[in-house]
Design a protein around this ligand. Sequence first.
Ligand code: AVJ
Length: 307
Amino acid sequence: MMTGSGNAVLRGLWNAQPALPASCLYDRRGSLLFDEITRLPEYYPARRETEILQAAGRRIVAASAATTLVELGSGTSAKTRLLLDALPVGSTYVPVDVSAEMLAATAENLAIAYPDLTITAVEADFTDARVSLPAATGRRLVAFLGSTIGNFDDHARAAFLSRLADTLSPGDTLLLGTDLVKDTGRLTAAYNDQAGVTADFNRNVVEVLRSRYGAVGLYADDFDHVACWNPAAHRVEMKLRARRTVDAQFPSVRRRWRLPAGGDLLTEISVKFTPSMVDAEVTAAGFTPVDVWTDPAGDFQLTLCRL
Ligand code: AVJ
């Protein structure tokens, strides 16, 4: 059933460059496919970020002096535990996720492993400006990992970071994961793996449009998966390219959607950063960079910044 927010999601289809928000990638199957992607040989970001947290997690949490960990787009991944392990006993964990199912599973799993941890789950889309975080007695460390910040374009990133700064208190910290600019071949391979898992992940958007938004006349095999580097925008762009003329209906918004053969639907952007870009963007939002950590290969960066 399409919610009112469906109009906001679908309206990009009728842009000059048709586009959808990255949220359309993540139904249950999409989330499982993304989990599989993180284990692919070509997709280095998740491994590199985990390496950094294994090496520096305790130093990062100590530098934050936080007793509350807020995780935007929480995961049950090993990364979360590397931060929780470093928190003082009696701390609080605030996972923020759109999926109530994911939150429930996370809370259940962590309550066993961390009996002294208070878990306050927040079911919300952290990109929604109206999201408010629960008040905290001590300092908060907000973890926004995975380089998911790269899904936002330049304007949306600035707005997101500024809004986040507005919701935090002086002394709170942000731990931001960012994938760094590197050899274009490695970047595009990470989004177009040999096994075709990313292609399945991308084409799954069509199933989301059918099941969640009621699309009629739209089929996954109408599209090829494309991942390309856009140097001007510093980003990998994931697209669905029409193999043939696409002519579909969206009865819930009473609109027809056509895409000519060879036309592209932009399904995700993944901006890649330089250290100076990260520094400039968090500073512009009101944060002060405290320290940065990279993996030995220099592929990925974690930045701790204080408000
Ligand atoms: C979860 C958004 C960080 O952009 O690298 C992985 C999603 N897309 N492969 C990314 C993704 C294609 C991933 N993020």
